[in-house]
Design a protein around this ligand. Structure first.
Ligand SMILES: Nc1ncnc2c1ncn2[C@@H]1O[C@H](COP(=O)(O)OP(=O)(O)OP(=O)(O)O)[C@@H](O)[C@H]1O
Ligand SMILES: [Mg+2]
Length: 361
């Protein structure tokens, strides 16, 4: 399935599969994912812990750790301006020169665990400056000055002092901001941010989200943002993809996902969000059961073991195809009832005439 053919797509992930293979199991962490990030747009990826968000994000830049491996699919990085052939990042050698020239310069990543990604033996300034010297040819002095500037942009207090500090001298939230500064250093066309603001207080988080919004508007940077926080999704997303057990079960424009969720899993995630004003005696609904072991996936629909609506003889035997209930929307549920009611936020795509199906893979 082609994720999107519109010419504002900068990163087009098609049929991506990433497996962790050991002697006796194959964990299908990413199992046929199609996603598109647009120039100047934000795609938020949500889903419970273990559903494959980080594995998907790391696969884009071929940074999956052993025994993980991208086993199928394409990751097309389109050139600026829409002309020319895209480069398939999934086809490049994981340690080769080509992918290394893309990492940090064209596609940058903020990792989920900042301390695992920062070197403890190099100063913050040297780590931010490294890619500026490598990719932009800046001198040591110029790179240091630019590092201070970047630290100020990500709201690190005392940037002149912090630039000469080592990561172990900084708080977790400060390290997270250093990671963001590193990722933004070379002005990437795509930023992949994996839970980038979880260790930050709400004020700093809001400032970082504003910074991302400015960069998207001013430079056309596309943002692939992974989060558990539906409040953040509501604030920054243009589009949302909901992942479950290695697959995208629903995706579409943010307003429609919030106001007309089609997949039972999306509905359950939204119902589990606390609301101000709700009675304290009201217990938040939880999604029953736990995510199955990705090394032992259910037959049929991946969500059926936890789905309140699952139909025996259907959901356990048939893999749901992708259906298109409305413009820009995709759902994988056998029980979805077809086109969405008309909404004001349509725009762009051809409005489907009925319950259309798209090649699943
Ligand atoms: N090195 C590894 N070896 C084996 N399995 C792995 C490895 N790394 C991840 N996995 C498995 O891949 C699946 C997806 O993990 P991933 O880290 O992508 O989840 P996630 O959605 O990012 O979760 P979280 O929200 O907790 O960050 C999980 O079942 C995990 O156990
Ligand atoms: Mg993760």
């Amino acid at each position: 399935m082609t994720a999107d053919t519109r010419d504002d797509v900068v990163l087009d992930i098609q049929g991506l599969r990433t497996h962790f293979t050991t002697d006796d199991t194959v964990v299908r962490a990413v199992d046929g994912v199609d996603l598109a990030v647009r120039r100047g747009g934000t795609l938020c990826v949500v889903g419970e812990s273990g559903c494959g968000k980080s594995a998907m994000a790391r696969s884009v830049l071929q940074l999956v750790e052993r025994p993980g491996r991208v086993v199928d699919g394409k990751v097309l990085l389109h050139p600026d301006g829409g002309g020319g052939e895209p480069v398939d990042l999934a086809a490049l050698h994981p340690t080769g020169r080509e992918i290394r020239s893309v990492r940090g310069r064209e596609v940058a990543m903020v990792f989920q665990e900042p301390m695992a990604s920062l070197s403890l033996v190099h100063t913050v300034g040297n780590q931010i400056g490294e890619s500026l010297r490598l990719h932009r040819g800046l001198s040591r002095k110029e790179a240091r000055a630019r590092s201070v500037d970047l630290l100020e942009r990500v709201r690190v207090p005392g940037a002149e002092r912090v630039v000469d500090s080592y990561p172990f001298q900084l708080s977790g939230g400060m390290c997270q901001r250093v990671m963001i500064a590193m990722a933004l250093a070379c002005g990437p066309r795509v930023l992949i941010a994996d839970e980038p603001t979880t260790a930050l207080d709400v004020t700093t988080q809001a400032q970082i989200l504003d910074l991302f919004a400015d960069l998207r508007r001013d430079t056309g940077m596309g943002l692939l943002f992974i989060t558990h926080d539906m409040g953040v999704v509501a604030e920054i997303a243009d589009e949302v993809a909901v992942m479950y057990l290695g697959t995208v079960v629903e995706q579409g424009p943010v307003d429609e996902i919030f106001h007309d969720p089609r997949h039972p899993y999306t509905r359950a995630l939204l119902e589990a969000v606390p609301r101000i004003g709700a009675s304290r005696s009201h217990r938040l609904p939880t999604i029953r059961g736990t995510i199955p072991d990705p090394g032992d996936q259910p037959t049929g629909c991946v969500f059926r073991t936890r789905c309140p609506d699952a139909v025996e003889g259907l959901c356990d035997t048939t893999v749901p195809p992708v259906t298109v209930p409305g413009p820009g929307r995709r759902v994988r549920c056998l029980l979805d009832e077809g086109p969405a009611p008309a909404t004001a936020s349509g725009g762009g795509d051809t409005v489907p005439t009925g319950k259309e199906t798209v090649d699943a893979d």
